[in-house]
Design a protein. Structure first.
Length: 242
């Protein structure tokens, strides 16, 4: 406890960060490359500690990593991203045993082989990684994919034309039913969010005293993002819907 951060080892720093993160009893923890800078022996201990805390505190982790070997050990479900888009998602066992997307297959082939006497064919993707601010149309991986064909480069206007053609071929009654179902789905999702906002405001009211709420209202000067304003907004929206 009497050491400065610069006096701590990498593993000690990670343990201190984990302790600081769980002190407020969170439900979700975002772990962005939590073990990338650690030695292999320390890396395993930190991952085992995180799994133990997950079981004891019923935590959910959002584990962000480039190391698919640790993801296989740590994660229940895996989402593979390329240029900021999810290209494949599923249970860990399915991702590793039967990958579907060519980029997922390339990532798995790129995992280093620990045995130096064993050679593994890599067959990695060729070409340059596109600019993430202007990703290719359709599947972002198709310029480097050996399995790409013409439909991989679809454009958003293709989807618009497809929807318009579908609606044009529908009978008037079927179109009205489709639109009504879409509107009902939106209202249902909105009411679910409304209920969640109600619970948040009620929880805030139950855990604070009247003086604390008045002091909070004076400090925030009834700003649009204050709980009191949110409560009034929720009431008005609820009245409009009902």
């Amino acid at each position: 406890m009497d050491k400065y951060p610069s006096d701590l080892s990498g593993g000690q720093k990670q343990r201190a960060v984990i302790a600081r993160a769980i002190i407020l009893n969170p439900v979700l923890l975002v772990a962005d490359e939590p073990v990338s800078m650690l030695d292999m022996s320390v890396r395993a201990k930190i991952l085992e500690l995180m799994l133990e805390l997950k079981r004891e505190l019923d935590l959910t982790y959002l584990y962000i990593t480039h190391d698919l070997a640790t993801a296989k050990f740590f994660c229940d479900r895996i989402a593979i991203l390329y240029l900021g888009r999810i290209v494949e998602i599923g249970p860990s066992e399915a991702i590793y045993q039967d990958p579907k997307h060519p980029y997922t297959k390339a990532l798995l082939r790129a995992i280093p082989e620990p045995d130096p006497r064993r050679t593994v064919p890599r067959d990695l993707p060729r070409g340059e990684v596109p600019d993430a601010s202007r990703p290719p149309l359709g599947c972002s991986f198709h310029p480097r994919c050996p399995m790409a064909f013409e439909v991989c480069g679809w454009e958003t206007r293709d989807l618009k034309d497809l929807l318009e053609a579908r609606w044009a071929l529908q009978a008037a009654e079927e179109y009205e039913v489709d639109q009504a179902e879409s509107q009902a789905r939106w209202i249902r999702q909105f009411r679910q969010k409304l209920a969640a906002d109600w619970l948040r405001v009620l929880r805030w009211r139950l855990t604070t005293t009247l003086d604390q709420r008045r002091a909070f209202a004076r400090r925030r000067a009834y700003l649009p993002h204050s709980p009191e304003y949110a409560l009034d907004l929720i009431r008005s929206l609820h009245n409009e819907l009902t």
